[in-house]
Design a protein around this ligand. Structure first.
Ligand code: NAP
Length: 280
């Protein structure tokens, strides 16, 4: 590889478990791009210094994962998505040398819905979002960006759902778990952004049988690939969008920013990363 080949990486602590090198490595290979995507395990104490020398380390940008996403926002020039969600996960230098950042979980969630349920936003003006954690912020912001008028945020800790209304405005309606059954009647779009249903976590107990015909159900949990929620949505003939689709779609923008080509999320890529997840 020539010394001028673009290089990017994922910065985390820990970072070795990241699947991003597999995803970007696959696209570099498929597009015949001479570039590299590596892993940088950097402690919280060393993160600011590492980012200030990102270019000297030879990088055109980077992904940022736990626990550095808030710091990445502070140490860069964030776009509106990153500012609204409160964290950045993708850094890149523009032509003037400014270090910019964005939050690609927003387009990951929306991109997966577009791919799996084309036209979903024409059929739904409202959504039910389960969860009010970090991932839920990206989900709610993405839905608002796409013009949904009413978003019911259902969370165990109701104060966190109320904080979403303060942050995102009056289209957000905080809802207690006990009121979820009433909300499901006739619902057209449901997104699980809690960790419920993930391996090692409690089950997500929800009855989706009263949702509208042709409803769309998304689950951002990706271990397992097919959660119980998605299995029961499929059994009812609803369109579904899974967490691995979101993970892959969120990677598209970073690759485009660093390597100059917009890559596609293909079945082959999905199967390759899915095999890695199933295999642990
Ligand atoms: P987080 O900030 O810790 O939020 C966790 C959410 O789950 C909160 O709303 C929390 O409710 C709720 N929750 C957890 N345990 C619960 C329980 N026993 N009963 C009821 N609610 C419970 O985590 P996060 O970063 O948002 O991640 C959430 C999930 O999304 C994880 O499974 C993560 O792997 C997944 N994720 C996927 C992608 C992707 O690309 N597919 C991206 C990001 C995250 P409280 O507020 O009441 O605690």
């Amino acid at each position: 590889m020539s010394s001028s080949a673009p290089r990017s990486c994922v910065i985390g602590y820990p970072a070795k478990h990241s699947r991003s090198p597999k995803i970007h490595g696959y696209w570099l290979d498929r597009h015949g791009i001479e570039g590299h995507y590596g892993i940088e395990e950097i402690s919280p104490e060393g993160f600011a210094d590492f980012v200030s020398k990102l270019s000297e380390h030879g990088y055109v940008g980077a992904n940022v994962t736990m626990p550095h996403k808030e710091a990445a926002l502070r140490l860069s020039t964030p776009d509106q998505r990153a500012k609204s969600v409160g964290v950045s996960n993708t850094l890149w230098f523009d032509k003037a040398g400014t270090l910019n950042s964005t939050n690609t979980d927003v387009e990951g969630f929306i991109g997966a819905l577009d791919a799996n349920a084309p036209g979903w936003d024409k059929k739904s003006t409202s959504a039910v979002v389960l969860g009010a954690g970090g991932a839920a912020k990206a989900v709610v912001y993405g839905l608002l960006e796409r013009g949904l008028k009413e978003i019911h945020v259902v969370n165990r800790t109701i104060e966190k759902a109320q904080a979403f209304r303060e942050a995102f405005g009056s289209a957000v309606h905080p809802v207690a778990w006990s009121d979820l059954p009433a909300l499901m009647k006739g619902a057209t779009l449901l997104a699980n952004s809690t960790s419920l249903g993930m391996y090692g976590q409690p089950a997500l107990e929800i009855d989706i049988s009263k949702m509208a015909d042709g409803a769309v159900v998304s689950d951002i949990v990706y271990v397992p690939l097919k959660t119980d929620l998605l299995a029961s949505a499929e059994a009812r003939g609803f369109a579904t969008s899974n967490g691995l689709d979101m993970l892959l779609h969120q990677a598209v923008r970073g690759f485009e920013l660093w390597f100059g080509t917009r890559p596609k999320v293909t079945q082959e890529l999905f199967d390759m990363v899915a095999a890695d997840i199933v295999g642990g």
